[in-house]
Design a binder for this molecule. Sequence first.
Ligand SMILES: Cc1cc2nc3c(=O)[nH]c(=O)nc-3n(C[C@H](O)[C@H](O)[C@H](O)COP(=O)(O)O)c2cc1C
Length: 266
Amino acid sequence: MKKIMSAILAAAALISCTDNDPKILILYYSQTGATEAVAKEIHNQTGADMLRFDVAQVYDGDFDATIQRCLQEQARGFVPTLNPIDADLSEYDVIFLGYPIWFGTYAPPVKALISSVDLSGKKIVPFCTFGSGGLEASVKVLAANLENCTVAPGFGIRKARVQYAAEELDRFLIESGYKEGTLEPLEPYSESREMTEEEVAIYHEAVDSYPIPIGEPVSVASRPVTGGTDYAFAARSADPEGNVRENMVYVITREGRSPEFTRVNR
Ligand SMILES: Cc1cc2nc3c(=O)[nH]c(=O)nc-3n(C[C@H](O)[C@H](O)[C@H](O)COP(=O)(O)O)c2cc1C
């Protein structure tokens, strides 16, 4: 009798779990492993199913070869062909969609995915890795191209900082309701103000080793966090046509670590 009761309770728990909890799939493309590392960490922290997708014409060259190939493909409007997806997507309510940023937005394999599978009605939670940034722009393009989906603001991390994905995902997943846990609330950033010499030095220590110029800082906002400070610098740079633009460049300091450039908002 006891055995039957526990079997009934287990079945009831299973039913209530499938009834209430959205079914999540982590679906990602990764060329060099950074996005894959983030996908695996989301899987570790949520237990959600995970699947890598790819295209028939694999991008297996080095960085320069991939850049050249993409430029040629963009010039002729080529969209690669998606390899068949080994999952029944209709079973899932939420798709964590992972990709590297290429040319300021999601890599072409994501184009292949969204042009050949039906994601309508699903909640899409983008996550990406990048050299310097591109989360916001890629999410905007995704939302425009997936009108029948709800596209969440998403998660992004620089490839150079992927070792911190676990701690940053912990906050992201709790805040967005995909994981249980408590968080220390974050203070809002201060008003934007003039920088001190020390802050200018922190900016340069964080960004100057990045191979592409990130811009010159003109003002800063900051907030204290446990073990350090978060900075949001407004930085000016000129595009190849000479137009001046301003981007937010995020830098953090943490006890025992050098200042880190976490992303540029674009
Ligand atoms: C063709 C190509 C274009 C890229 N364009 C950008 C870019 O516009 N902005 C950026 O921050 N990083 C850019 N990157 C860097 C990748 O986003 C970064 O290395 C990413 O973490 C790679 O992810 P993966 O290891 O999952 O393939 C580019 C990389 C490649 C190969």
